[in-house]
Design a protein around this ligand. Structure first.
Ligand SMILES: [Zn+2]
Ligand SMILES: [Zn+2]
Length: 368
């Protein structure tokens, strides 16, 4: 059962003089509002009973971190950003028998705070726990040297899985839930994937492994990401600012429409394109967050008798599968990582993500 304790409640590690024993640099959201993110010295926390200190090897920059930067995602400053990470155990708290110093692990940061006894927690569907708070926005995250997390948040990395791949486990889990757990994908299916961001491209890796016919749509500034999509196995890529997506769908499906449309851009025009592209009795998976009201021909769901799936994050079941997929090595996630930067250059990393020049940017700790 989940112990509802978390990193931020652990006391600061102090020396004999009562002052913080060790400090580390961290990318911190210091106050509410636009921006207010800077590199700050923070004290290390005590490795309390049941917890583990993990030295962070890599943290991926996520769209959520960018949203926290702009204050478009609920956050609780002062809070250290970052929730997609992997590292090495350097200390274990009292009572921890499952991990030892030297073990490599990725971390399920989304469960930093959960009640452990509501209907959703009991089903392993922690995303829906009413008190849940995740690392990197709800409680302090991983854009620093080391974190203290509950031992049950750790997933041991198999020998053949790198720390870079481990840092992709969290976004990959979102793709695994969307593609592997909601509705089946089979060879012979044609799939439209609208939105070639990191999670969209991780979905594409899975769709390609199912031998689906894939059409990936993006907009003008997605050029680099659409090129990566072709490398990852997309059969057709479409820049909708230059090409008529409806016509491409018509051509590629002989007028039938796609079996499944995956909306991964979180944009009104993309959602409308998905509703037009999907065939009668087809399926729509909503993975992108629009962040506001949209105007869509809602009757399409009825007239085409669609099945519509929302996909929010992942569950314990998903994480178990993620670790098996990583270990079995039938899919290669490494092309998703386009940049590696030292933590002190976090701003450059954020810019690479926002300008869409990068797909997944990994940060690793340094003290300039
Ligand atoms: Zn993320
Ligand atoms: Zn709960």
């Amino acid at each position: 059962m989940i112990i509802p304790t978390f990193d931020a409640t652990a006391p600061v590690l102090t020396g004999p003089d009562g002052k913080p024993a060790r400090k580390q640099l961290a990318v911190v959201k210091t106050a509410p509002g636009e921006g207010n993110v800077s590199l700050e010295w923070i004290p290390e926390r005590e490795c309390v009973p049941g917890s583990v200190r993990l030295e962070v090897a890599y943290t991926g920059i996520c769209g959520t971190d960018i949203h926290v930067y702009h204050d478009h995602f609920r956050n609780f400053p002062p809070v250290v950003l970052g929730h997609e990470f992997a590292g090495t155990v350097v200390e274990v708290g009292e009572g921890v028998k499952t991990f030892r110093p030297g073990d490599r692990a990725c971390v399920l940061g989304s469960t930093a705070v959960m009640c452990g006894h509501c209907e959703y927690c009991r089903q392993g569907m922690y995303m829906f726990c009413p008190v849940r708070r995740g690392m990197g926005h709800g409680v302090s995250g991983s854009m620093t040297r080391s974190v203290v997390v509950r031992a049950d948040q750790l997933y041991r990395l198999p020998e053949n899985v790198s720390l870079e791949e481990g840092a992709l486990a969290e976004p990959f889990a979102s793709a695994v839930q969307a593609i592997e757990e909601l509705t089946p994908f089979n060879v012979g299916d044609t799939v439209l994937l609208s939105g070639p961001g990191p999670i969209g491209l991780l979905c594409l890796v899975l769709l390609a492994s199912h031998r689906c016919q894939t059409i990936v749509a993006g907009i003008g500034d997605d050029t680099a990401r659409l090129a990566l999509a072709r490398k990852l196995g997309a059969d057709v890529t479409v820049d909708v600012s230059r090409e008529d997506l409806d016509r491409v769908i018509d051509r590629e499906t002989n007028g039938r429409g796609v079996d499944v449309a995956i909306e991964a851009a979180g944009a009104e025009s993309s959602l409308n394109a998905c509703l037009r592209a999907v065939r009668r009795l087809g399926r729509l998976i909503q993975l992108g967050i629009v962040g506001g009201d949209v105007t869509v021909p809602f009757d399409t769901i009825l007239y085409k008798q669609l099945r519509v799936f929302g996909s929010l994050g992942h569950s314990f079941t998903t994480w178990d599968r993620v670790l098996r997929i990583l270990e079995q090595r039938k899919v290669d996630l490494s092309p998703i990582v386009t940049h590696k930067l030292p933590l002190s250059r976090w701003r450059e990393g954020f810019d690479l993500c926002e300008s869409k020049q990068g797909v997944k940017v990994l940060l690793s700790y340094d003290e300039p």
